[in-house]
Every structure is written in C-alpha cells, then in structure tokens.
Design a protein. Structure first.
Lengths: 259, 283
C-alpha cells in the first residue's frame, strides 16, 4: 500500500469478504484511505465496486473482516473474537457522518429539492426548520441550484437531480462521501455539471470514494485508483501512475481501452 | 396510390380530406337508444312512484337517524380497518416468518369468507362460544362482563366490518409500500434515518398516493356494506327502511329513499377522496 497506515484513517477496511450465495462479491479487501484523499474505484461491471461502498456504510452486511470509518467499527460490535451486528438505531447513528450519492439519484420523490436537502438535518439531527432552511439554501446555491429550491425531482434534469442529491448528502456535514457511479445515468453533457460539483467536494477536503466509469473523474482529480476485478482489489496506485504505467493485466487492457 | 400517379404539383393542397368514420359505434348507439326507449315505455305503464310518500319519509327523523348510523358505522369501521390493515401490512413485509404467516392467514380468512357470514358469526356464534369477557392481569380482575353486553348489534357490526375490511386494507397498504422503490430506503438510510423514521417520513407518504385512491373506493364499498348489519338487527338505514315498508307496503318509495341516502354518502366519500388525493399528488 502506497499510503502510510495512520490511526486516524478516514476509511479502513480489513480483510472484508462478502458472499452472495455461492458467489464471492468481495474477497479479502483491505484498504486504508487517509483523510482528504480522493479515491477512484475502477473496474469492470460486477467487480464489487458498488458493494464495497454499500458495505462501508452498512447498507449491506459483510461475512468477514472489519470496516472502520474515522476509527469507528461500522455496523458491528466486537465482543471477544465475535462481531455482533449493531441494532438499527446504532447503525443509523454511524451513517450520519457518511454521505452517499447513488447512480439513480434516489431523491425523495414526494419532496421538493429544498425539502430533500432539509430532510436529514430536520428529521435525523432535529435541527430547527429555520436553521435547516438556511443551510439547505446555502448548499443548493453551492451546487448552482438556488433557483430550483421549490422544484420536485420529476421537474429536474438528471444532472440537476444528482446535484441536489450531493447537496442532500452534504447537509449532514459528512466527513466521508461515498459516490456510487454518480454520472453513469447521465449523458456526457449533464455529467460535466455533476463532475464539477464533485470536484468542489474534493477541493473542500472531503474524503471521497467514487465508483465510476468516468475517466474524467479518475484522471483529473482522483489521488488514487483502486482497480477491482471479481471482488478483489488487484491494483492500488496513485492515479497518475495507474494511467501511465498500469501493472495488472486487466488494468492494462482497461487503461488501453479508455485512452 | 403509387408515386408515379402523383399530380405534377405535389405542394398543392388536397381538395378534401375524408377521415375514417366509426360506423360500428354509431350502429351500436342506435341499438342502445332503441332499448332505452323500450325501457321508458315500460316504466310509463308501471305503477307511478308516489312522490308524496317519498317526500314524507326522505327527511323523517327515523330515516335520517338510520343514515347517520350507517355513515358512522362505516366511517369508524374504516378508521379501525386502516389501523388493522397497516399493522397487518407491516407484519407482511417484515420478513419474519411468524409475522408473515400470521398476516397472510388473517387476510386469507377475512377476505375469503362473506362479510355477512362474519357479521352473523360475531353476533350469534361468538357470544355462545365465550360467555364472559374476562380480563385479568397479575391476579387483578380488570374487566368481567357477559359477552352479550359487549357484542351488541352495533358492537358485532363494527367488529365484523372492521376486521373484514382490515384484510382488504392490508393488501392495499402492502401494495403501496412495495411500490416504493428500494433506492428511496437506501437514500433515507444513508442520511441516518432508522427504519421507523424512513417508514414514516419517506415510504408511507410515497405509498399514500397509491393507497389513498384505493381506500376511497373501499370507503364507498364499506358504506354500502353497512346494510349487511340489518341482518343482525342493527338499526342502520336499510333495517329502518325495511321495518317501515313492512308495515305500510310502500316498498318502491322507501327503497328510493334509502337509495337517495346511500348516494349522498357516496358523494361525501368521493369528495373526501378527491380532497385527499390532492394532498398526495403523483410525482
């Protein structure tokens, strides 16, 4: 691993394995992401990129290993040498500081853009509505959608929906953001506005883990690339190095195809 | 027409356009009119409804009381049915095999047998099976009354209609919950919402746009199903109506009066449904 291990890693996975029936979706994944790093997860479809992200905030259970975010063991409590899954309440509490952005946006359809952004602060943190409103307005302005506050998701373009989704995640003031193929459902033009919003997150010093097929993200502002094949991280390299001198066979093919 | 026969001025406007005519529908329309005329002719030669009798009863205290009783019975039964249905639906989607089986069996039994049989069961059979209602907690007797005091015609009707309707509501609510896609839950969870919070804030409000119209439909059915309670002697609209015409033989007039009040109730329910649907628009 090219980054030194630190106690205060933003994300640390230790031997994470996940099975679905007979299929091993994640195989012994050990990764350490220091604070503020932007990590691009690359690899063919079905390599386990999304699953890894979903395990990091315990949207999915794991079958072996441990995941730490900001030093906290995620989703489980260790007693002796046994991991016991945490109750719903405790897992939910851990997710507050882990933002997530989805491929299909998943904006709450019955709420306007501003209400989507306010949902977390108001219902989860119990923030007063006036304060949450001010925060949400600020965040919508940050992603360039101040004038769309009253629009419902079905009145917004895909790119606008994804930017609202980014603002919604930011409203919880996360330290870590997981982005699961954030531009895969968008045409190239709309991707650009979403990429700009993500670039801003990176500039703010958030720790980002981005599963993507978008080379612009990986090439332009990712610090590091994790290349996954069949549930395994087969290459872990600084982004520049990955694109100029990939080592793994599959990575070479992948980089050549995306030249 | 092949392109070689096109006139030398292709840009010229056509003389006239004749659109397709729906001759079949017109022919059927004429048949409907003829049948309706035959019906009117038969009605004209039938015994005329005595509007005086209708007017005498339509706003009479007895009839209005019956209508109010029906409206209350149907409305309270719907409220209980929604609560019962919500619990049964949540059990059904919980994934716990005991809760799923319990809920599925409840729906099968109460939706699968006629409402009239259920009402008669609660009123006639149930009190003979359990003679007293006895509630005891830690040796302390909280309640001990003869079952016949609890199971009045109203009590039996309310119990029967609520439980039967609850089975239908369970299926409606379950359908609504399943229609909300999993991504909505993922997003709510990723913000830190607990299962209870995401159900209340995200899933149920979105499921409502499916549940509300169907519930309005059930409300109308239930208001009319209150007439089944006439069979167990509850003085709702139909029972009062039949009691009156049993003594004065004005069957046609009194059925017209009852029909009028059921239509009024249906209009109320429809207005309520329309109002509620505006609160849960489709997005």
């Amino acid at each position: 691993m090219h980054t030194p291990a630190t106690a205060a890693a933003a994300i640390r996975t230790v031997g994470v394995t996940k099975k679905r029936g007979a299929l091993t979706v994640l195989s012994n994944v050990s990764v350490e992401v220091p604070r503020g790093q932007v990590v691009a997860l690359l690899g063919p479809s079905g390599a386990g990129k999304s699953t890894l992200l979903r395990c990091i905030n315990h949207l999915e259970t794991i079958d072996a290993g441990r995941i730490f975010v900001e030093g906290d063991l995620i989703g489980y409590r260790e007693r002796g040498d046994v991991l016991h899954e945490l109750p719903d309440e405790a897992s939910s509490r851990q997710r507050r500081r882990i933002g997530m952005v989805f491929q299909s946006f998943n904006l709450f359809r019955h709420l306007t853009a501003i209400d989507n952004v306010m949902a977390g602060p108001v219902h989860v943190l119990g923030m007063p509505r006036t304060q949450a409103l001010a925060l949400a307005q600020k965040l919508l302005a940050q992603v360039g959608l101040a004038e769309k506050a009253g629009s419902y998701p079905n009145q917004l373009s895909g790119g606008q929906q994804q930017r609202v989704a980014i603002a919604r995640a930011l409203a919880m003031q996360p330290t870590v953001m997981l982005l699961d193929e954030p531009t895969s459902a968008l045409d190239p033009e709309l991707s650009q506005e979403v990429i700009a919003a993500i670039r801003q997150l990176a500039a703010q010093g958030l720790t980002l883990m981005i599963a993507t097929h978008e080379m612009a993200i990986a090439r332009d502002f990712a610090d590091r690339v994790l290349f996954m094949v069949q549930g395994e991280v087969v290459e872990d390299a600084p982004a520049r190095e990955f694109f100029t001198a990939p080592r793994h066979e599959r990575a070479k093919v992948f980089v050549a195809r995306h030249e | 027409m092949s392109s070689t026969t096109v006139a030398p001025h292709p840009a010229a406007a056509p003389q006239r356009i004749v659109h397709r005519r729906h001759w079949g529908a017109w022919a059927f329309g004429i048949v409907v009119l003829l049948l309706f005329a035959a019906l009117l002719k038969a009605a004209a030669s039938a015994r005329i409804v005595d509007l005086g009798v209708v007017g005498q009863y339509i706003f009479s205290e007895q009839i209005v009381t019956g209508a109010v009783n029906s409206l209350l019975l149907g409305s309270v039964a719907l409220l209980i049915a929604v609560a019962v249905g919500l619990v049964a639906a949540l059990m059904r989607v919980s994934g716990n095999p005991i809760l799923v089986a319990f809920s599925a069996t409840y729906v099968y039994l109460f939706r699968g047998t006629p409402m009239l049989i259920q009402l008669i069961f609660w009123f006639n059979a149930f009190p003979t099976m359990f003679k007293t209602l006895h509630i005891e907690l830690f040796g302390q007797v909280l309640l001990s009354v003869p079952m016949t005091q609890v199971i009045t015609p109203y009590g039996a009707a309310l119990l029967g209609l609520s439980l039967a309707e609850g089975a239908y509501m369970a299926e409606i609510i379950r359908g609504g919950i399943l229609a909300v896609d999993a991504g909505q839950r993922d997003a709510a969870r990723s913000l830190g919402m607990t299962t209870a919070q995401l159900m209340r804030r995200i899933v149920i409000p979105q499921a409502s746009r499916i549940i509300v119209p169907a519930t309005g439909n059930q409300y109308i059915m239930l208001l009319k199903s209150t007439s089944l309670a006439s069979a167990i002697g509850y003085l709702e609209l139909l029972r009062i109506t039949t009691d009156i015409y049993a003594s004065n033989f004005r069957v046609v007039e009194l059925l017209a009066v009852a029909g009028f009040w059921y239509l009024v109730m249906t209009a109320l329910a429809t207005a309520l449904q329309t109002g509620l649907e505006k609160r849960f628009p489709h997005r």
